[in-house]
Design a protein around this ligand. Structure first.
Ligand SMILES: Cc1cc2nc3c(=O)[nH]c(=O)nc-3n(C[C@H](O)[C@H](O)[C@H](O)COP(=O)(O)O)c2cc1C
Length: 310
């Protein structure tokens, strides 16, 4: 095996080029530069911020997070300052830190997504992409998740074109076997990529009180416990729709995990729950990927993508 002196870690996700395939995951690294005390935000692929709506939102009642075996369950409920406040107060901190920024947006109706996207048209070029978090309830349609229906997925993605930058559709793994169909619907409606996966539906009940531990009742499960499930979701979508760029996320906590996701088809990865264990993790993985590739004789990160022998 040839030892490679300086591997090329550049990756492309549709029209977006990033110097590293390791990013933060939405909702796990704050709205702004909160992680900058621990991570050089310019040295990771991008900072994906917590999902924002066109209005401020308080989120769910406590408790909002609870530790589970090899992970956590959360029902934060998309608390946020709203996009206008974010553009004024949080984005400048990220710009000063030299970060490439992916803005994540959400809404309760298609019109709210459209409004959020339109606000982002005025964002500076440091906002390199918009991740459209469609893994949340559609209040006009009985609270089914947008991302559980190919039609609703297409409608929301089409409605967000006004952000005038590349869009990634953040999909829900709870869609199960229809995930490749939903990914194709997102692509056909204008998404340049899909981000797989958001959290898995879960529930945690206190054995003494009999009540749900989280204020919201149910929540979303994340962390290493879901990694094989997320790897499977990425592999299934890549096998069915090999031309759709995929950003892989779910339980990533080591460089081996980053490479595992790349092997099944992810062009880039995001680190979420591992940040709560150690806030340096995303920076450590970005830094360690180069030596991993060098030791394995991998000259270019992109050469690993889709190389799993399945
Ligand atoms: C506390 C918490 C908050 C989250 N908030 C968001 C969010 O605002 N938007 C979103 O698209 N995903 C959100 N997620 C999902 C993560 O971005 C990620 O898809 C999921 O946790 C799986 O990755 P992980 O196992 O590395 O955490 C959140 C996850 C956690 C744990």
């Amino acid at each position: 095996m040839t030892i490679v002196a300086v591997p090329d870690l550049t990756t492309t996700i549709g029209s977006v080029t990033l110097p590293s395939p390791v990013m933060t995951a939405a909702g796990t690294a704050g709205h702004g530069a909160e992680l900058s005390a621990y991570v050089d935000l310019a040295a990771i692929g991008a900072v994906v911020v917590k999902s924002l709506a066109h209005f401020p939102w308080d989120g769910n009642d406590p408790l909002r997070v609870h530790q589970t075996p090899a992970g956590m369950i959360n029902a934060v409920g998309l608390q946020g300052p709203g996009l206008d406040a974010w553009l004024r107060h949080d984005l400048p901190q990220l710009q000063r830190a030299g970060a490439r920024v992916v803005a994540s947006i959400w809404g309760r109706t298609v019109a709210e997504y459209e409004r959020a996207a339109t606000i982002l048209a005025a964002a500076p070029d440091d906002v390199v992409a918009v991740e459209v978090n469609i893994s949340c309830p559609n209040t006009e349609a009985g609270h089914a998740l947008f991302a559980h229906s190919p039609e609703m997925t297409a409608e929301v993605i089409a409605a967000t074109a006004g952000c005038e930058r590349p869009r990634w559709a953040k999909l829900s793994p709870n869609a199960g076997p229809t995930l490749p169909t939903i990914a194709a619907a997102a692509r056909d409606a204008g998404a340049e990529a899909v981000t797989l996966v958001n959290t898995y539906f879960g529930l945690s009940v206190d054995p003494v009180t009999g009540s749900a531990r989280l204020g919201n009742g149910g929540g979303g499960v994340s962390g290493p416990a879901i990694r094989p499930l997320a790897v499977r979701a990425v592999a299934d979508v890549h096998a069915a729709e090999p031309d759709i760029p995929i950003v892989g996320v779910g339980g990533i906590a080591s460089v081996d995990d980053v490479v595992e996701f790349a092997r099944v088809g992810a062009r880039a990865t995001q680190v979420g729950t591992a940040t709560f264990v150690d806030p340096r993790t995303v920076g450590t993985l970005a830094a360690d990927l180069g030596p991993w590739c060098a030791n394995q004789g991998v000259a270019r990160f992109v050469d690993l993508i889709g190389t799993a022998g399945l």
